[in-house]
Design a protein around this ligand. Structure first.
Ligand code: FAD
Ligand code: NAD
Length: 404
């Protein structure tokens, strides 16, 4: 009898955790499992702000996919997903195509620029290893350029970060640590460098605990980060950005604009014709796409409403990883002909936001943390995530042990 074919698209948190769980549930003869990813490595998306700032090397945050999967049970294809023909149960890749019996779409997030003029052309985004690496190398380049120009241009040393959500705050936290190193490396006085975080909402980290937000902003300001709160980026140009606050428009010159002010699901979701909101599919409690009994959508490409707040759960690695477990369970139930599927209920343990390698804020199991205890917890969270994906070996290879 032909083995059912399970195709998983994306080797991020959701995809890898689906594989890890499927490998435990299924023998090599039970199913043909195929994993597709555009790179032959998985990366820790949650560390990309560090790669972008240059506080860790890109290789620290990536792992060859073959080190995370059992190649006796899973076939890996390095290719880019171009489209999904849902009616024909076919996936089109750049270089080939695949059919499936069960499909898991876990293609992650892309930057959402809300149609703001010039962002796509002139701003950087923290969206992949190569995007992060480009930010790091661009900053190195403009700092190196500064002293070699006859007329010194301050905009070379001005870094704009759009958005003071968790990504924006974690990135400026890393920059606060990195800038003094850069100044030393490139013979630049620290006071010449400006890092400006621009946030449209009336507060940084909108919706987070106000006491912790105040701590974060104070700490970052102390390290030289400037905040423009209640200020929206309206345009990005070759020269910098245009912002507006209370109808006052201002232009800020900068050679480095990093847009960290919004995410959406994959464009492949839209292309494939799924019912979606900004590339995210509102999935059932069992993580199936509406109208499909064989297509699961998980991670940042999925959308689920939190019944307590009646708002969508935020797209997080924590949820993507847990969804991988439910998704694997439901595929194995469907393969056994079971009608009743497991319902996904996120078990949200908390949120920890780093402010550089030595400081953080967080709420864990309802308890507020800040400073070194929060920073310790952030590293525990990062190491736990590695453990779930690749066991103790991966923690030993890539883990964060610089606790103090
Ligand atoms: P991803 O982990 O992004 O993986 C998607 C994978 O699909 C990638 O490997 C990508 O290369 C691949 N892919 C994409 N398109 C294609 C294609 N067309 N063809 C083939 N392959 C493709 N969440 C937390 O819970 N805690 C945190 O501390 C945290 N920190 C974060 C820090 C930063 C800087 C950022 C940007 C996000 C952070 N998040 C955090 C959010 C979290 O990273 C995402 O929610 C999570 O990565 C989503 O997992 P995923 O599996 O859906 O996608
Ligand atoms: P976000 O949507 O959470 O935050 C974006 C911020 O940009 C918001 O505060 C918004 O008000 C602001 N903004 C939007 N348009 C703007 C404009 N025109 N000008 C200035 N500011 C503007 O996005 P994110 O921070 O990238 O986070 C994405 C997801 O990843 C979230 O679910 C988040 O929880 C998760 N994440 C978690 C962590 C963590 O747990 N440590 C870290 C990073 C990201």
């Amino acid at each position: 009898m032909k083995k059912p074919k399970i195709v998983i698209l994306g080797a991020g948190y959701g995809g890898i955790m689906t594989i890890v769980n499927l490998q435990k549930k299924l023998g090599a003869s039970d199913a043909e499992i195929v994993l597709v990813n555009k790179n032959d490595y998985h990366y820790e998306t949650t560390w990309l702000h560090e790669v972008s700032a240059g506080t860790i090397h890109q290789d620290r945050s990536r792992v060859p996919v073959k080190n995370l999967i059992n190649t006796n049970k899973v076939r890996f294809i390095k290719d880019t997903v171009v489209d999904i023909k849902l009616d024909e149960k076919r996936v089109l890749l750049e270089n080939s195509e695949l059919t499936y019996d069960y499909l898991v779409v876990a293609l992650g997030y892309e930057a959402e620029t809300f149609g703001i003029k010039g962002l796509k052309e002139h701003a950087f985004t923290i969206t992949s290893i190569n995007a992060a690496r480009q930010i790091r190398e661009h900053i190195d380049y403009v700092f190196a350029t500064y002293n070699n120009e006859v007329e010194k241009r301050d905009e070379l040393l001005t870094i704009i970060v759009g958005g003071a959500g968790f990504t924006g705050i974690e990135f400026v936290g890393e920059l606060a640590n990195r800038v003094p190193q850069l100044c030393k490396e490139f013979d630049i006085p620290r006071e010449k460098v400006r890092v400006i975080c621009v946030e449209a909402a009336p507060t940084a980290l909108p919706g987070f605990d106000p006491e912790l937000v105040e701590y974060a902003v104070t700490q970052l300001e102390r390290k030289g980060i400037e905040f423009k709160i209640g200020t929206a980026i309206k345009e990005c140009t070759e020269e910098g950005i245009v912002v507006s606050k209370d109808d006052q428009v201002e232009e800020i010159k900068s050679a480095t604009v990093v847009w960290a002010a919004g995410v959406r699901g994959s464009h492949v979701i839209e292309k494939a014709g799924f019912e979606n909101m900004r590339g995210r599919v509102k999935v059932s409690n069992s993580l199936l796409a509406p109208g499909h009994e064989d297509v699961f959508v998980i991670g940042d490409c999925s959308l689920m409403i939190n019944p307590e707040t009646e708002r969508p759960y935020p797209p997080t690695a924590q949820i993507a990883m847990q969804q991988g477990g439910t998704c694997a369970e439901n595929i194995s139930r469907l393969m056994k002909g079971q009608k009743e599927l497991s319902e996904f209920k996120p078990d949200i343990k908390g949120t920890v936001c780093s402010l550089g390698h030595d400081d953080a804020i967080g709420v864990v199991y309802g308890r507020k943390l800040f400073g070194s205890s929060a920073s310790f917890m952030k590293k525990v969270v990062d190491n736990r995530s590695l453990f779930l994906q690749g066991g103790a070996g991966l923690v030993l290879k890539k883990g964060k042990f610089n606790f103090f």
